[in-house]
Design a binder for this molecule. Structure first.
Ligand code: FAD
Length: 378
């Protein structure tokens, strides 16, 4: 009898999983991908939209493009998941599956920063475009300070706001009098990667003139940005990382574990038979007590592991692959150069991560990775 696998989410984890499932399941089996949006967005390139290196259409791809690989795409917002029946509910429709693979990422909300006309959410297309316009015009930065801030210490891709601050500094290189100030909610940059990586990132910020204020979360009172002591923080332009929360259907389900994410084993199986989860929606505790960072590189690896487990299960075999915790990321610093971090986050007793010095080759590799993704995945 033919089987049906449903992938919930057409982001990095969902697209990798759907393609891998289509390759490994029997031709008569059905692979369905559901997403509320019509397009896949390659989020890492939002930072290039912000500095005017990409147009929005260059980093989006229609999810309907998956149909040419034999994957059925359904556009709609999932409002409920029943992990026992392996059923997902959309407005007016419901789908049941033999296998359910959840990759809904995290929901973001702009919070009080979203009410300020000169503050833009760095993690959305609209925010990246608005920042791009302001940086190009120079009107807001001309008022003195560009503020980069993480509203909470938990967010997707620990490198992204640091990269954003360095790229903004580079974009404003002909206006050295404009200050770029980074107020971070966290105590150190990319802390999960270890003290040597944090120290290296701090020196990159200092060397390029980004003023870094760790452990310094900001609040918004009326239309004034305030520091912990209640003093006003002036800025002509603000790039902020939003608050991250689980998808609404997860909040009302039994699927969320104690760390605000879906609990999974190393084959990305949840506590419910036939239900798998990957990517930012999961929570994996590391040997040092911290949580695995939410990043596309892990969503990608986990999607391959989960798909292999589903294919093995469907064929009546036992699955061999496990999520190993290896990851890498680029940290672009401006001037056409990017550093590169790589390591094993599941190493014991601490993640074992190394940061390689910025180079032109690093920046070129980042470009090649983006192009490979956009040209071959969808
Ligand atoms: C600015 C920026 C830079 C980044 N840079 C990097 C980087 O350099 N390297 C790296 O590894 N990671 C990076 N990341 C993080 C990376 O993008 C995410 O970790 C990754 O996309 C997570 O994949 P995912 O599949 O778990 O979730 P997502 O890619 O977020 O996909 C989730 C999908 O689920 C859909 N969805 C959610 N809820 C529902 C619902 N109820 N019904 C239907 N559909 C739903 C969404 O529409 C979305 O398409 C960056 C992120 C940002 C914002």
């Amino acid at each position: 009898m033919s089987k049906r696998a449903i992938v919930l989410g057409g982001g990095i984890g969902g697209v990798v999983a759907a393609r891998a499932l289509r390759r490994s399941l029997d031709r008569v089996d059905e692979v369905v991908l559901i997403d509320k949006n019509p397009d896949h967005l390659f989020a890492p390139s939002l930072l290039w939209v912000m500095i005017g290196n990409r147009r929005p259409d260059q980093i989006r791809r229609p999810l309907s493009g998956l149909e040419r690989y034999g994957i059925r795409f359904v556009q709609g917002e999932v409002t409920e998941v029943d992990p026992v029946a392996r059923r997902v509910e959309l407005a007016g429709r419901s789908f049941e599956a033999d296998y359910l693979l959840l990759s809904p990422g995290l929901r973001t909300q702009s919070g009080s920063f979203g009410q300020l006309p000169h503050a833009h959410n760095l993690y959305t297309m609209e925010g990246a475009e608005a920042l791009g316009r302001a940086l190009a015009k120079g009107s807001a930065p001309g008022e003195g300070t560009v503020l980069v801030t993480t509203t909470e210490s938990f967010y997707r891709c620990p490198a992204a706001p640091y990269e954003a601050a360095l790229l903004i500094r580079d974009r404003l290189r002909d206006r050295p009098s404009v200050r770029v100030v980074f107020h971070a909610a966290e105590s150190t940059p990319m802390g999960v990667a270890g003290p040597h990586v944090s120290a290296a990132v701090k020196s990159m910020l200092a060397a390029r003139g980004v003023e870094y204020r760790p452990d310094s979360p900001l609040t918004v009172e009326g239309d004034v940005i305030c520091d912990r002591q209640g003093a006003a923080v002036e800025a002509g332009l603000v790039a902020f990382v939003p608050e991250h929360r689980p998808a609404e259907f997860l909040v009302k389900s039994k699927l969320l574990g104690e760390h605000g994410g879906i609990s999974v084993d190393r084959q990305m199986r949840t506590n419910w038979p036939g239900v798998f989860a990957v990517g930012d929606a999961t929570a994996i505790r590391l040997s040092n007590g911290k949580l695995l960072p939410r990043a596309g590189v892990f969503a990608h690896a986990q999607a391959e592991v989960a798909s292999a487990a589903i294919a093995a299960d469907a064929a009546g075999r036992s699955a061999q692959r496990r999520f190993q915790g290896h990851g890498q990321c680029f940290l672009e610093i401006g001037g056409g150069r990017a550093a590169f971090a790589r390591g094993n986050f599941l190493a014991e007793p601490e993640p074992d991560v190394r940061l390689y010095s910025p180079s032109f080759f690093g920046r070129f590799a980042k470009f090649l990775f983006e192009q490979h993704w956009l040209r071959t995945r969808l």
